[in-house]
Design a protein around this ligand. Structure first.
Ligand code: ADP
Length: 208
């Protein structure tokens, strides 16, 4: 569905791939050239979504079932979409998201092995059928991502190389299935080169 005047750009990848670094650089670059742009982070970004984030990542360590996890993630996303993303897009602001619904497909679909087509439908319901204009998948080997991590891991990040490999492989599948909007970025490149190639792709799509 396209209801918007602003552009909706999402970033995806396994934990530690460098997404947050690139999201911040992109939002700053866009605002410098007066493309009014806001940053949102999943799961979180509204009062309700932050509370759900707390349940998902820090509390109830091992009690959450895979389906509960998928529903809480998409519940958090529904609130963020309704309260923040859609109103900003309608008002002509661009929105850059550090994770959006492909994360559910990669983590709960690939990682936890829930049915992908079912999750795609659940996502459409949660997001009022809003789709990103472009999705940057920052691709990195799980071994490299784990070397980069310097903070205490949350529940999902702590799930190990094998899990991250399943997640990465699902992202690679999604990049073929949704090839119109998916751009695969080599996350092993330098921070500055990655930033430049993201800007180049957005110019090519006449978003910048
Ligand atoms: P994510 O948001 O995907 O978990 P971050 O952006 O937080 O990843 O990056 C994880 C760590 O890796 C940070 O310490 C960051 O400075 C570093 N990093 C990010 N991008 C690169 C890169 N291209 N090369 C080397 N290190 C990077």
């Amino acid at each position: 569905m396209s209801i918007s005047k602003g552009h909706f750009i999402t970033f995806e990848g396994i934990d530690g791939c460098g997404k947050s670094t690139q999201v911040k650089m992109l939002v700053e670059a866009m605002n410098r050239i007066e493309k009014k742009t806001i940053l949102v982070r999943e799961p979180g970004g509204t009062t309700i979504s932050e509370e759900i984030r707390e349940i998902l990542l820090h509390r109830h360590q091992s009690n959450i079932s895979d389906r509960t996890e998928a529903l809480l993630m998409t519940g958090s996303r529904a609130q963020l979409t309704y309260e923040v993303i859609m109103p900003n897009l309608i008002n002509g602001r661009n929105v850059v998201a550090d994770r959006f619904y492909d994360s559910t497909l990669a983590y709960q679909g690939g990682g936890r092995k829930l049915d992908l087509d079912w999750l795609i439908k659940l996502n459409y319901f949660a997001t009022y059928e809003l789709e990103p204009d472009v999705t940057f998948f920052v691709d990195i080997l799980p071994e490299e991502a784990s070397k980069r991590k310097n903070k205490e891991e949350d529940r999902i990040e702590g799930a190990g190389i094998e899990f991250q490999t399943l997640v990465r492989n699902t992202y690679l599948e999604l990049s073929i299935r949704f090839k119109e909007r998916f751009i695969v970025i080599n996350g092993h490149d330098t921070i500055e080169n990655i930033h430049k190639s993201i800007l180049a792709e957005l110019r090519r799509r006449q978003i910048l």
